[in-house]
Design a protein around this ligand. Sequence first.
Ligand code: DOR
Ligand code: ZN
Length: 429
Amino acid sequence: MKLLIKGGRIIDPANNLNEILDLLVVGSKISRIGKNIQVKAAKLIDAKDKLIMPGLVDMHVHLREPGREDKETVESGTKAAAKGGVTSVLAMPNTEPAIDCPKSVKLFKDIITKKAHVNVFISAAITKGRFGKELTNIAGLKKSGIVAITDDGSSPDSRKLMSEAFKKAAQEKVLIICHCEDKNLSREGVVNKGFTSTRLGLRGISRESEYERVARDIELAKAKKASVHIAHLSCRESVEIVAEAKRKGIKVTAETAPHYFSLSEEDLARFDTNLKMNPPLRNKKDISVIKKGLKDGTIDVIASDHAPHTENEKDIEFERAEFGVIGLETELAVAITNLVRTAILDWPDLVNKMAYNPAKILKIDKGTLGLGKQADIIVVSPHQEWVVQKKEIYSKSKNSCFLGKKLTGLVEFTVCGGKIIYANVNKYK
Ligand code: DOR
Ligand code: ZN
């Protein structure tokens, strides 16, 4: 099977490509890139006025399977990924039960083999059951094929245990992804602690609860010469701590999610539980520091933190609603709208943050359009506007914080392993 994608601007920073060319896929692989490729292709995509980019690599995705298939499944979540231009995801282990042993990795792999529409990479828990008390079998997990460990959703309180985790992770060459939150400080908080929490009469989540853990985990990783990746940075101080660590040459990488550079606590005027996530939306100054961190390279990655929750868990009082928002289907357009169109990032920067850097951090062979690589490719209309509508969401859960928002940049085709797994039917034109 041959697929010829013709006349689009290829953006592939890994290979220094940013020009209008044709791209030929043969079987599952990228076979040729060049001018005027003429072959009898089984299938032709006209990419005139469009961008051809590597499929996105989203390293922070909650697929909820096993255990909470009412929120999302591998099948529904990876379909949503395909629609959003995401061809590889890192699945988070805070499932029910948590993915915390080689046996649960094996069971999860079987589901992936049967149901996934895109590449699913697996992360496992740092501590058994994610209870923060006892380390998992990191060596065994590594052998079972995981690419990182994380207790995402919480952070082990014990310094001693985390220090031991970094030591083992360094020995086994496993990346630790840190959800940075000191629950002794964030307690029962539901929004950023400050003016908005006071105004709305809601309990606040302090900034210290995040950034003190960022500092602790970087320090522990450094002491054990381990690699550490800081998940979902939301506030100014966290960005500054990461920047300082990088200046000192510490092996740290960091990520943020689209809502943290697009929305602030001021958008919470109406107690909208679709704007409730952890860490919470911070203030406008935080947004500008996060944007600066993306521009200057302090923040390496944009990931969705796709966290589906059912209507029953969201359509209730703010205090009781679950934390989290979906994001697979909107992340590219939100980043184009708020970062590329505002000249904070250029197109190659965007591909770096959303495809190439996460692949490098996870040490997976993704995020580029190199010859001979698996053909994970997206074709994007960069100027197409569209409105996020609940009825068009593929994910099982509809808890998007961008509902009703007009965005720019639309995924037209998603190709994964040489197969077209999503094609926009042009309903926005
Ligand atoms: O808002 C969040 N939702 N933050 C997390 O860390 C976990 C996630 C979830 O699993 O719902
Ligand atoms: Zn988290």
